[in-house]
Design a protein around this ligand. Sequence first.
Ligand code: GAF
Length: 379
Amino acid sequence: MDKRELQATFQQHFNTPPEVVAHAPGRVNLIGEHTDYNQGFVFPAAINFVTWVAAGKRNDNQCCVVAADYEEQRNSFALDNIVRDSTQPWSNYARGVLKVLQQQYPLPGGINLVVTGNVPQGAGLSSSASFEIALLKAIAEVFELDIDGVTAALLGQRAENDFVGCACGIMDQLISAMGREDHAMLLDCRSLTFKHSTLPDNLHIVIVNSNVKRGLVDSEYNLRRQQCEQAAEWLGVTSLRDATLDMLGKHSSEMPDAVMRRARHIITENARTQLMFEALANNDIMAVSQAMAESHASMRDDFEITVPPIDYLVTLIAGVLEGAGGVRMTGGGFGGCVVALVPQHLIGNVKAAVTDHDYANTGYQPDIYDCTATQGAFA
Ligand code: GAF
């Protein structure tokens, strides 16, 4: 659905045009996986797939939200009594956002919303964060609330943590809010400070969707977070951001093996993320390639969040790139997408490799997206 159709759908449902149409992007993470909730480093880019929200005030205290892509399902609730809805679970993102928003910014009245988007869902490209940030942007514009991007990101994260029930970190909301066109963003998830860095002209972001779908809430995401917290306790640090391989070496024999390996992934991934930021800035493609390969191996062997079809895609693409670019799984894991940084002359070969080879034998058909890094909703 394009912007004009979204406006028309709003008009049909509410007999008036929307006051505001806002949008927020999904994201791809180049490296730094599961490091955000360990107060570490991540290196994502906002991408050219977005969620759109049309919005307008109401004269009462209700929120009415229409999911244009879910057969125009409608969901209504009173703003002073927001509880979870198990019959239309998609509405819990809107409910959660409005609940946490009002704790900080009480709204003067109700709101009508229509939502649409093209961020692939359940694919590890942050469709839910882009929904939260687009909602916050639309509501902030309608009521002229003075909300900055970091505050919006924290509100979106709190909606997921406290209302939806996913113990996610801050990466997805922050890049959706603060991404910059043609740049990736090195984010320090402890201080919430970030540096944007241009991507080399000769490397393109290619995303391959394995089409293995797995939701974060019902996946093992929350368990990984608990294991990281246990590891931090074993090592006597407040978060794994402060842990080192030396510390791990001293305690590894006492720790449960899985907990030790979770910690090893986070410690090494934090180092790789900072290294890759430098490598991209220096156009050192071999180092980029190596960091992404090591990241994938660490997610597969230590953090155990990859699945065989994803490992297979990574092997296929790495075989084409031969060090001239990088490839790894991206996002929370247990399915979803692979991200590759590919020189222009190899894009066709990468596409051919994932479509011509035996990937279909895994039972899945890939989708391929040529991506560009885009601007965040609050940037
Ligand atoms: C999901 C979460 F929402 C992020 O906070 C992050 O932990 C990511 O998985 C893994 O890096 O997208």
